[in-house]
Design a protein around this ligand. Structure first.
Ligand SMILES: [Cu+2]
Length: 372
């Protein structure tokens, strides 16, 4: 059940979650969303020492003590917990590892993390992946001399050396232990990003990336619109995969015509891709939203996606083309032919909200596929 996505049908509570700053990607179950809300209500980090926040204290010109928090963030950090877990154990190429908000709920991709500029987040990472499996990963990649552990390494946000998530900076989390990573959504970090392990297999996390240890990260700027539907996260990867799957097990995203939807796309691995969405287009800017004050902005309906590149955009579902099953896919032909595609399903106005969210073609019985 961990790899299933049918939860899109039960994901409406996610909209409530978004006001807590944590938006679910719509592929985990209602109970998990509730768990996320509890997590955020449980602590504000007020007990943190200034050292833990990386603050610097000095004497100002007037003789008063001034404090500058690292990353330019002046308020206490929010807190959350991530668990690194085994989802499926097999030979190393087939082993699946992931991140979850609670024990035994890891997903691929991991939980979507949403911050606002001016916020910071303390993430306590617990490593529940057995050391013997991490050792096997090391052996597979021929780097047995490096320390065992997992980590989270973010893109886009700011952090200090102790939150880098690399063995080089001694910021990994050994098996059976926990460690706190602090991310700062400093000025000008707004964007569509991702986070990933940086230590499994090799000291670049090559084994962790191949096994599924990544998730989406969004930093919003004050005034950014929030989508009506939990964000659609698309992870392009090696072997012509989306979220490590081929059609019909790739994510189907469903919305009602007129709803504001948001895509977050990133790529892990070695291969080059091109994201293309049918019947919709967006502005070549930070949010994808057209600005009447910028009439010369370029219109996009396809974007090259190189390893580690991430981007996102918001569009109105079926804004011009109307309802229908619209393909999205990698436009490298060999990749799409190999199954690197799926569907953005736009339902007619008035369709039940219970249909909205993320699922798979297999679960929905689309395209002649036998339902799961
Ligand atoms: Cu591709």
């Amino acid at each position: 059940m961990r790899l299933q996505r049918g939860a899109g049908r039960a994901s409406r509570a996610s909209k409530g979650g978004s006001t807590m700053g944590m938006e679910r990607s719509g592929r985990t179950r209602l109970a998990r969303t509730a768990a996320a809300v509890v997590l955020f209500a449980s602590g504000l980090g007020l007990g943190l020492s200034r050292a833990a926040l990386g603050s610097r204290t000095g004497v100002g010109a007037t003789g008063t003590v001034t404090t500058t928090t690292a990353g330019g963030i002046a308020k206490p950090c929010r807190e959350m917990h991530l668990y690194a877990e085994v989802i499926k154990q097999g030979s190393i190429p087939e082993t699946r590892l992931g991140f979850g908000l609670t024990p035994d709920t890891a997903t691929i991709p991991g939980p979507l993390i949403v911050l606002n500029e001016g916020e910071c987040m303390r993430i306590q990472l617990t490593n529940d992946i057995p050391g013997r499996l991490l050792k096997k990963e090391r052996a597979f990649y021929g780097q047995t001399d490096l320390p065992l552990g997992v980590s989270i390494h973010p893109h886009g946000v700011k952090y200090q050396q102790d939150s880098d998530g690399t063995a080089m900076t001694n910021s990994i989390t050994p098996p059976g232990t926990s460690r706190v990573y602090t991310w700062y959504a400093s000025a000008n970090t707004a964007g569509y990003w991702w986070y990933h392990d940086h230590n499994v297999g090799t000291d670049h996390g090559t084994g962790g990336l191949a096994a599924g240890m990544w998730g989406g990260l969004i930093v919003r700027r004050a005034g950014d619109p929030v989508p009506d539907v939990p964000t659609f996260v698309v992870a392009f990867g090696d072997n012509a995969t989306i979220d490590l799957q081929h059609f019909p097990d790739t994510p189907v995203f469903t919305a009602v015509q007129g709803q504001r939807v948001e895509f977050l796309v990133f790529a892990w691995g070695n291969d080059f891709h091109t994201f293309h969405l049918h019947a919709h287009s967006w502005a070549d800017n930070r949010t994808g939203i057209f600005d009447p004050n910028d009439p010369n902005v370029r219109t996009l309906d396809a974007v090259p996606v190189t390893p580690s590149f991430s981007f996102g955009f918001q569009v109105i579902a079926g804004d011009v083309s109307g309802p229908g099953d619209w393909m999205y896919h990698c436009h490298v032909q060999a990749h799409s032919d190999a199954g690197m595609w799926s569907i953005f399903r736009v339902l007619p106005p008035g369709s039940p909200e219970s249909e909205v969210g993320t699922s798979t073609a297999r679960e929905l019985g689309l395209m002649g596929v036998t339902p799961a």
